[in-house]
Design a protein around this ligand. Structure first.
Ligand SMILES: [Ca+2]
Ligand SMILES: [Ca+2]
Length: 234
């Protein structure tokens, strides 16, 4: 089952443990650690170190449909193919950002490939986990989505509470991505019901790239199916 579950559970516990001493950090963190809540809340510890000088960074992550057979669903469903809810960016095991509000853009062609797609709104992938079986997700179908990342404007270690309105965050080698895709995990843990959500685990490819809309210097991180955690950036 999803490794994302264990991280979710750990995040909840960590949030409870940190709640008492977790002081909201300013949206723009002076040390460039993108509002690293857990680091800020550690007694006596400075903010997490900014990226080392000369670190290789990238900004954009693109997700594209990997299993074209899902296209057969286009005429039968209003949410065809891969349904993406959110992406968490972790550094050293700490949540440092999610897809930035205002950053998501469609890539490729969504129509007329899937004219019945009622969920072709890329912005649904911005911010924290919030999808149910009927809202909060983006149905990828024949296209793709590209996002940049931002921290959380309020101190949190929990991806459901991170709004993606904090300081911009660059990705670097060793970071990890958690991608939340509507799959059986959502039904099992009560975010959706089997009655309203087919919630099959669908396959998608993840790429990182330096420039929006360009595959120059792009790296393919792999193909994944359903909610997947710890996708390593290299
Ligand atoms: Ca969402
Ligand atoms: Ca799905």
């Amino acid at each position: 089952m999803r490794r994302g579950l264990s991280r979710w559970g750990v995040a909840l516990l960590a949030q409870a443990a940190l709640a008492a001493g977790c002081t909201p950090a300013p949206p723009a963190d002076a040390t460039g650690d993108a509002n690293s809540c857990a680091a800020d809340a550690t007694a006596g510890a400075p903010d997490a170190a900014p990226l080392p000088a000369g670190a290789s960074t990238t900004q954009w992550v693109r997700l594209v449909v990997a299993d074209r057979s899902a296209e057969a669903d286009c005429a039968k469903t209003d949410a065809p193919g891969v349904e993406l809810d959110a992406i968490g960016l972790y550094r050293g095991g700490v949540l440092v950002g999610v897809a930035a509000v205002g950053s998501a853009r469609l890539v490729g062609s969504l129509t007329p490939t899937c004219p019945n797609n009622d969920f072709a709104k890329a912005a649904a992938i911005e911010g924290g986990v919030d999808a149910t079986g009927s809202r909060g997700f983006f149905a990828l179908n024949g296209g793709g989505v590209e996002v940049a990342f931002a921290g959380c404007s309020a101190c949190t270690t929990h991806i459901a509470d991170c709004d993606g309105k904090g300081a911009p965050v660059m990705l670097t080698t060793g970071d990890e991505l958690d991608v939340y895709e509507l799959d059986p995990w959502y039904v099992k843990y009560g975010r959706a019901t089997a009655k309203t959500c087919v919630c099959t685990a669908d396959a998608f490819e993840v790429r990182v790239r330096r420039a929006a809309g360009s595959d120059l210097d792009a790296k393919v991180l792999g193909t994944f199916t359903g909610t997947t955690s710890r996708i390593r950036v290299w």
